[in-house]
Design a protein around this ligand. Sequence first.
Ligand SMILES: [Zn+2]
Length: 279
Amino acid sequence: MFHKFINRYVITGELEAVTALHVGAAEDVFKPNGCKNPFFRNADGKPLIPGSSLKGAMRSFLEQYLSSDSGSAIIPDNIHYRRSVCSADHLCADHLCADHKTEADLKKPLRSNKAENEKELSEYLFGVAGDDKKRGKLCIVCRLFGSRYSAAKFSIRDAGVDDSFEDEFEIRSGVAIDRNFGTSVGGNKFETEVVPKGTKFSFRAILENGDDTEWMIIRQLLMAMHLNMIPIGGMKSRGLGEIRLQKVLYQKISQENIADYLSGKEIKFTVLNEASREA
Ligand SMILES: [Zn+2]
């Protein structure tokens, strides 16, 4: 799938916290202010939204969207891969695009790493453009976001803040409630570190070898982020985690212009959508 360069879309933008935001760190990290539930940080102590958090939120949204009636209708009939969408939330065999446990065809190419088997595996998963008889088994969500058997075509960088961010973290406190009894658990106050509303993060994503349908879907996904439809992080039920993607630009490097690009010629960034130009 990735052995030939077809195109590369580079997308940049700005993510603004519409509400306070909490993206949690792992348990065993350094806790600068003793907060039990710190925000994820980079080596300089600045807040960072891991690309994997953004990717997870975008993937879940896309699964829900493409499972809806109007969402599923945007996938054209003539694509050379699976039209229905599987769900990472239901990882039983029924919902997997491709599974070696149930599909004998998949076992064979997986067992060997000979070149012809690699081609066979690629065709099995991704299909052959223009050949309806060889429809790829992976759905568009797995093609874009990766699956057990394939790398993702769409990748998102960790989103950092710019230098103007001083130590602007805030602490939200609450009381742990015992779910069974609805009472507070003996003095168990919890503290969560958030970044305030208005904090801006840089956004950068890349789509490798995207076909027209994949690019159209990525554009809709970016629009959903612009419309605050994809919250991230923790405490969403308490009104945290709303973000807006804005100032979205993209650059397309293609088979036609890659040689110029590598000779140092600039390829301009284009406004993705007028609606996403301003906040
Ligand atoms: Zn899938």
